[in-house]
Design a protein. Structure first.
Length: 95
């Protein structure tokens, strides 16, 4: 597995200064994809990892929309319309 392509849940939390429950909530309501799980590098357990580019782009979009006073319901609707590429098929703009 290419480490450059993936980012752990913990790194996302640190990078965006989010709480674990916020990331979990985003996954639960569907605005972030479900993570993959791998064996933990240290000790026991497992580590949740995400596709790096997609998750970083989505969280930046979510934060921008929240900053512009959009509700999570509106954000979910906008991200759900373009789930596979996060691009508008008409204009190619990233969401």
């Amino acid at each position: 597995m290419n480490k450059e392509k993936y980012i752990s849940k913990q790194k996302l939390i640190e990078y965006f200064n989010l709480s674990n429950s916020t990331i979990s909530n985003y996954i639960k309501i569907g605005i972030l994809p479900r993570p993959f799980y791998i064996s933990a590098l240290k000790g026991r357990g497992r580590t949740a990892i995400f596709t790096k580019k997609r998750c970083i782009r989505r969280i930046k979009t979510i934060q921008k929309l929240i900053k512009n006073n959009h509700s999570l319901k509106v954000i979910l609707k906008n991200l759900y319309l373009f789930p596979s590429s996060d691009k508008c098929p008409k204009c190619g703009r990233l969401y």
